[in-house]
Design a protein around this ligand. Sequence first.
Ligand code: F6R
Length: 368
Amino acid sequence: EKDGHDWFMRKEIHEQPHAVADSLLGRRTPEGLLHLDEMRLTDQELRSIDKIIIIACGTSFYAGMVAKYAIEHWTRTPCEVELASEFRYRDPILTPSTLVVAISQSGETADTLQAIRHARTQHSRVLAICNTNGSTIPRESDAVIYTHAGPEIGVASTKGFLTQLVACYLLALYLAQVKGTLYGDEIGNVLDQLHEMPDHIQRVLDGEQQVYDLAKEHTGSRSVLFLGRHAGYPVALEGALKLKELAYLHAEGFAAGELKHGPIALIEQDLPVLCVVPPQGRDQLREKMISGIQEVRARGARTICLVEDGDEAIAPYADVLIRLPKVPVLLQPLVAVVPLQLFACELATLMGHDVDQPRNLAKSVTVE
Ligand code: F6R
């Protein structure tokens, strides 16, 4: 049942190329248009949307953070992302032209469910991104985009997260198509790039031994930091969450630009800092990231840098380089998070923890 893997989580990490491919399947019409079968909102309803609010918890919330970059960039529609547990309690501004997007792998998370119920009382439209057919959240939503990850057994979400990202990109492109904010061939180009992602993810998985060796060197670490910018920031947060959940280690993710506003005081000799470096071509972002890496290294940190293949500028400041396939910045989370999942899974295994059933956690959190 674990296909020769020691944990469901490790099996599910390795299923990601497949899960991403399945989540992309059948989304294009013969005319080359993007088509979402469970999108029950009409084009007219979608054109009237003037604000998007994404609500989710945990890893799904980080998928929502990535989605915000894609939605605002491609559709020019303002988009907020909020933790479901905070949403209802701040009297959010919701109108019939607000689209609330609930992201939930299980479809049963109580905080997220209560948040969409609240949105519906305000007559906002609700769209669910969900991996579980017929679960409560999609049943109570106006529209659904199902991810096709297959059942996720490991408590820590992995293929659930990657397929949520795919669904978010598809939603953003669909809105761009309906609203006319991208040309058909621009949408086609991104779809082509998405279809290349399963091979890219597979290449990252093929390099897993490097990450396992790295984990072996860190079984004695007491704390690990993660840095990212732009779409790499939620990846940093997700890398930290995985380590907390599985290895019970203190781990924190930061937006790299925030370092100098406080967190840099945490840096001490040999502290591992994993850095998600934006791809080349996004040079402003990348150069700022590089200077952040220089700063932490000058203070003794051990810098482990996830960088695009062929990017040599970081090499002088990196103790370890993990190479990522060349992909656009908005899609980079699909490849960048994979080494972080492998790292947490392996470190927890080496520390003797139960990776599939971490202490104190449940797969679906049905209490608020
Ligand atoms: C982390 C993890 C949790 C879930 C969160 C939301 O690995 O699994 O943080 O992401 O509980 O769950 P869903 O997506 O089922 O609503």
